[in-house]
Design a protein around this ligand. Structure first.
Ligand code: PMP
Length: 429
């Protein structure tokens, strides 16, 4: 979901004509990867010509457990075969009961998290909109603090707390009631970052209205794989607590184990007031999102925030099976951390051998940043031709971002990293 996301040829010669004659110009990934995808299994996608691609994109983080994960697929097929209810808004269903019970038992309770669960619409942006609305309703304040290079979605509220200027411009109206503060390391470690935030909060002449909430990603996926230090996250949480500001962690991309633990903030030992989850929560690429918040923040009136697609039962079924399969104990999280370290070592080697390149990321969200920004897109293009899917991120698309399924085997990780190394060496702008 890079800002231009146009990595390939301006025309799409390899695609059926309807892509240019019927589909809108807004399309992007079918331009980056101009081939018709057909089947997918685990970390691999096959196109209609039989070419196989190793998928280090994983549905932009929606496929942490891989494509058509057999365990999840069995649960889904059984559910559908039994004529069980598919669409139900927020009625009580067998699938929803099982999901809520399993989420509480395997995720919330073991972590001591006292959250209520809201089902907003099924996208990350829906979860963010609900979080912002709730924070405003609880506090009676309108302003939200966001961070430079943040990404929270394409709807107007979510866009108002998103940094990317091209995406913001698409709103066509002023995006107000949000104030960006520098994310960790914005000044390259020379100036303290959000101490600016603390300073203007304290300053009667600072011009900042008392915010309802701060919204933050622990690792900015779309913003260029910027990693907040653990100490920075802890200090931010502490500042919010002292100043009676709600802390929203947007875990849409980094949650569900992407950085290792189920929630990406666990490593910092912080407890956000509100958390958003989507992408990999269903585990199967089925649309689903959650907004989680402390019990005492549950000031919604019945139906005050609703939506037709809040009860997509097939997603509840695969989500429940994913939790049962991967989150009964700490093994999966530990394996992810180990694989992440391995990826990082390989990236550090590439970076050491290539001037103007540095490695960045946490867990299995890793990447390479290029001083010569256009190299990142060129590398993704070469990698595609060699059978590896990766996308760029960052305000100038200067980062090659790797988000392989967490279930990717070590051999496949090594194969993909080998293609990446070759592509870095081979890519010409
Ligand atoms: N928040 C974050 C951190 C994201 O990465 C994304 C999607 N890239 C969103 C919100 C928006 O999610 P969606 O595209 O499902 O609306």
């Amino acid at each position: 979901m890079s800002s231009s996301a146009v990595l390939a040829r301006p025309e799409d010669p390899d695609l059926p004509e309807v892509y240019t004659t019927v589909e809108s110009e807004v399309r992007s990934y079918c331009r980056s990867w101009p081939t018709t995808m057909a089947t997918a299994e685990g970390s691999w996608i096959t196109d209609t010509s039989g070419n196989r691609y190793l998928d280090f994109f994983a549905g932009a983080g929606a496929l942490n457990y891989g494509h058509n994960n057999p365990n999840l697929k069995t649960a889904l097929i059984d559910y559908l075969a039994g004529n069980m209810i598919v669409h139900s808004l927020d009625m009580a269903t067998v699938a929803k009961t099982a999901f809520l019970q399993t989420f509480e038992q395997l995720i919330l309770r073991p972590r001591g998290l006292d959250y209520k669960v809201q089902f907003p619409g099924p996208t990350g942006a829906n979860a963010v909109e609900a979080a912002l609305k709730l924070a405003r309703k609880v506090t009676g304040r309108e302003s939200i603090i966001n961070f430079t290079n943040a990404f929270h979605g394409m709807t107007l509220g979510a866009l108002s707390v998103t940094g990317n200027s091209m995406k913001r411009a698409g709103a066509g109206i002023p995006l107000v009631h949000a104030t960006p503060m520098p994310y960790d390391n914005y000044f390259g470690g020379i100036t303290e970052d959000f101490h600016w935030f603390e300073r203007v909060l304290d300053d009667l002449g600072g011009g900042l209205n008392h915010p309802a909430a701060v919204i933050v990603e622990t690792v900015q996926g779309e913003g260029g794989l910027n990693v907040a230090r653990i100490a920075w996250l802890q200090a931010l949480a502490e500042l919010c607590r002292r100043r009676d500001i709600l802390l929203i962690v947007d875990d849409v991309q980094m949650g569900c184990g992407r950085t290792g633990p189920f929630f990406s903030f666990e490593e910092a030992g912080i407890v956000p007031d509100i958390v958003t989850l989507s992408k990999s929560i269903s585990g199967y690429g089925l649309p689903m999102a959650l907004t989680l918040f402390r019990h005492d923040l549950d000031v919604w009136s019945p139906g005050e925030h609703n939506g037709t697609f809040r009860g997509h039962n097939p997603a509840f079924v695969t989500a429940t099976r994913a939790l049962e399969t991967y989150w009964q104990n700490a093994t999966f999280a530990e394996e992810t951390v180990t694989k992440g370290r391995h990826i990082r070592e390989r990236l550090e080697k590439i970076a050491a051998a290539t001037p103007g390149v540095s490695a960045r990321g946490r867990g299995m969200a890793q990447g390479l940043k290029f001083e010569e920004t256009s190299r990142a897109a060129a590398i993704c293009r070469v990698a595609f031709e060699r059978g590896l899917l990766m996308e760029t991120s960052g305000p100038s698309d200067e980062v090659v971002k790797l988000l392989p399924p967490l279930t990717t085997s070590e051999d496949d990780l090594d194969a993909g990293l080998g293609i990446l190394a070759e592509s870095v060496a081979a890519a010409h702008i």
